[in-house]
Design a protein around this ligand. Structure first.
Ligand code: NDP
Length: 330
């Protein structure tokens, strides 16, 4: 794979100009570009510039509103409903997350449901934002079916990510953000593009048999992580982000989506909890001792640490050269 070094500023400006040329207003373009740039910064290539052609395709097809103006309904103290105006999630989240944080800081726990929105990014930005406000954050969303529930050979669940962040006032938050499939679909697509094989248990080919070939898995189905246990968590994500958020289950999104290469419409559920109000004074020292004990075990590293370490490097990122050419042609 041939790569080209780009600074983070160059990545952001390439994303902003591509998005504004293709239907985004400035506010939406800046929010999406920031999400893309932070993914490249953290070494999460599958949610960086790699996603930009998909963002553009769904605006070109008329499915997504690049000029979305989210509407926030906050009638109950602990429940916030956000209509994303058929736009991409980053700008909606930028507008609504401060309201969620404020609610949790006054009531102890608050929940936000986001609907009429299109999520094509990682989830850690939303939970990490909450942790930066000294809140515990939990977020999940569903997608279109590409994962077979345990026992099945047919896709029914999305790759249904679940993210969690724990605040550490004197340090970076502890964050995990993971697809509930064995591998995220973006990583399978990258493996297909770059000619890599997949780890065992990633998916089944179109014949329903296990395979390590990413091209066969893309024609077949992904599997949940951890067998029936991951399958149950993926089911929970469907219920929280569709039934509770008031948007489509993955199987409903499949029927309604125009398959233009971008994301399908879907909901997101985000929960914010104040440890100060729920656990009271001393919560931070208590959790801090737990992290110290855990980190002292040989072989352990805390989730999120890889991304936070990557941030220390403010230099250029290596970006696939063919992808840059594709983006410049949009
Ligand atoms: P990974 O499997 O790469 O990582 C999952 C989590 O595990 C990360 O928080 C990671 O932390 C942590 N981790 C990895 N290795 C270790 C280790 N050895 N010890 C401790 N922790 C570890 O992520 P996925 O491929 O499952 O997901 C990638 C992204 O895809 C996510 O950001 C997710 O939100 C996104 N996604 C979005 C979808 C959407 O519809 N919008 C759909 C599906 C996925 P670290 O980052 O520090 O490595």
């Amino acid at each position: 794979m041939t790569t080209t070094p780009l600074t983070l500023a160059e990545i952001e400006s390439l994303a902003i100009s591509t998005l504004t040329k293709n239907g985004c207003d400035e506010a939406n373009a800046k929010a999406i570009a920031s999400t893309i740039t932070r993914a490249e910064r953290d070494g999460s290539a599958s949610h960086g510039l790699f996603r930009l052609p998909g963002y553009v395709k769904s605006m070109q097809s008329g499915k997504v509103n690049g000029k979305a103006i989210p509407v926030i309904d906050h009638k109950l103290a602990s429940v916030i409903a956000v209509d994303g105006d058929h736009g991409y999630a980053p700008y909606t989240l930028e507008c609504a997350l401060p309201e969620l944080a404020k609610a949790a800081q006054s009531t102890g726990i608050a929940v936000m449901r986001l609907y009429n929105s299109f999520h094509f990014a990682a989830l850690w930005p939303e939970v990490e934002y909450l942790a930066e406000q000294n809140l515990v954050g939990i977020a999940c969303t569903c997608f279109k079916p590409s994962v077979a529930p345990a026992g099945a050979k047919k896709a029914f669940f999305g790759t249904n990510p679940l993210a969690f962040a724990w605040p550490r006032p004197d340090s970076t938050p502890v964050v995990f953000d993971m697809a509930t499939s064995r591998l995220a679909k973006g990583d399978v697509m990258l493996a297909a593009r770059d000619g890599h094989t997949l780890p065992d248990g990633t998916g089944l080919g179109p014949d329903g048999e296990p395979t390590n070939d990413p091209n066969e898995v893309l024609k077949g189905v992904l599997l949940p992580f951890g067998g029936y246990k991951g399958s149950a968590i993926s089911m929970m994500v469907e219920l929280l982000s569709a039934a509770l958020a008031g948007d489509q289950f993955s199987y409903e999104a499949q029927k309604q989506d125009n398959n233009d290469g971008g994301p399908a419409r879907g909901g997101e559920l985000i929960i914010a909890i104040s440890p100060e109000l729920v656990a009271g004074a001393g919560w931070d020292d208590h959790a801090g001792s737990f992290f110290d004990e855990m980190s002292a075990l040989e072989g352990v590293r805390l989730p999120g640490a890889r991304r936070h370490d990557n941030r220390k490097d403010t230099g250029t990122r290596q970006v696939n050269t063919a992808l840059i050419e594709t983006i410049k042609g949009l």
